[in-house]
Design a protein. Structure first.
Length: 352
């Protein structure tokens, strides 16, 4: 009886095992994205074979240069060259290890690579060759570095002021960032059991009523409350929340800044600022112009937008885009206008 994993195709019997390893075409497709390359090395002859993807990673032209250790090492960043050379040499003795290093392409571009290799052995156990894969992890490393810098800033902000930014997804709903746990000395399990465990009992009614209505909406809001800290001290805090909307206009997450009430807070930035801008209506723009004694023509000139675009914004026309709104608000901010949330979801307009 034919194996269930086998099938006939054009008169050839193919097995699932054979299909799983017939990956040359798949490998070429993966390498076409420009992020991977592979190589093979025969120890006895010293011959190396490089894939087209590997040539591309190194910024070299196939057929112009001969693949080999010297050619490869010439592409490696001088600071990493000694360790990479040692790794090539150790392969002859069956020693392996993933390695992260930098290369410099002929055009001067620097990229970060992650190398993975495997050793092939003869029947008597002697290492006779090696094969490997190189992956360009430059963008991932840059993202990791940016995240590390951001995490450091967040830790510093929280340590010095007791305030923090947070991103709160709605599905799954997770309103308990690490800073809140550190501030209150509570565990996530404590909040899951009683989400008001760090709020005085006399304020529970507000949280279960007005605040929950704000959470269920799509408008930015701010509120004052009493936070019970880990040391037992009760401190007045202010939370400012702005929705991040999905394509259908529903709230997919909240961007928030929370800090002590007495701490001076500058203008919102990043995702919080962009979300707040979506709630700036036509009458806010008109009020801002009045504070500057500007006409619509003045705002159009300052922002580089057309007069009709400004008019549509102030009429709350549905055709006005988020980008147009951002450009107009940026012009007003440069002129000294600030938009800020007061208690609840009322936006105040002020001139510095």
């Amino acid at each position: 009886m034919k194996d269930r994993d086998d099938d006939w195709n054009g008169g050839l019997l193919l097995s699932a095992a054979r299909l799983a390893h017939s990956s040359r075409e798949m490998l070429r497709r993966v390498e076409s994205f420009g992020l991977t390359g592979n190589w093979g090395w025969t120890f006895a002859t010293g011959e190396q074979v490089w894939s087209l993807g590997l040539y591309g990673l190194l910024g070299l032209e196939p057929g112009i240069v001969r693949p080999g250790i010297e050619t490869f090492l010439a592409c490696v960043h001088p600071a990493d060259r000694a360790s990479v050379a040692l790794a090539w040499n150790e392969m002859r003795y069956g020693v392996l290890g993933d390695r992260r290093f930098r290369i410099i392409r002929p055009n001067g571009a620097q990229r970060t690579m992650l190398g993975h290799s495997e050793i092939h052995h003869a029947a008597d156990g002697r290492p006779i060759g090696a094969a490997g894969l190189l992956v360009d992890v430059t963008e991932r490393e840059r993202l990791d570095q940016a995240r590390a810098v951001d995490a450091g800033r967040r830790r510093s902000l929280f340590r010095e002021t007791g305030s923090y930014f947070s991103h709160i997804p709605m599905s799954p709903f997770d309103p308990y960032p690490p800073e809140l746990l550190a501030l209150t000395g509570k565990r996530r399990e404590d909040f899951n059991e009683n989400w008001l465990c760090a709020i005085p009992r006399e304020e529970h009614g507000f949280w279960r009523g007005e605040l929950m209505q704000s959470w269920a909406g799509t408008k930015p809001f701010t509120y004052l409350y009493t936070q019970i800290r880990a040391d037992g001290e009760r401190v007045r805090y202010r939370g400012t929340f702005a929705p991040i909307l999905d394509a259908s206009g529903g709230t997919e997450a909240w961007s928030a800044f929370t800090g002590p009430e007495r701490m001076a807070v500058g203008p919102a930035t990043g995702g919080l600022a962009r979300a707040l801008e979506l709630s700036v209506a036509g009458w806010h723009l008109r009020a801002a112009r009045a504070l500057l004694d500007w006409s619509m023509t003045d705002l159009a000139k300052a922002s580089g937008l057309s007069f009709s675009s400004i008019r549509r914004l102030e009429e709350n026309a549905d055709t006005s885009s988020a980008r147009t709104r951002h450009v107009a608000i940026a012009a007003l901010r440069r002129a000294g206008i600030r938009f800020a949330l007061t208690q609840g979801n009322t936006i105040a307009v002020a001139r510095l």
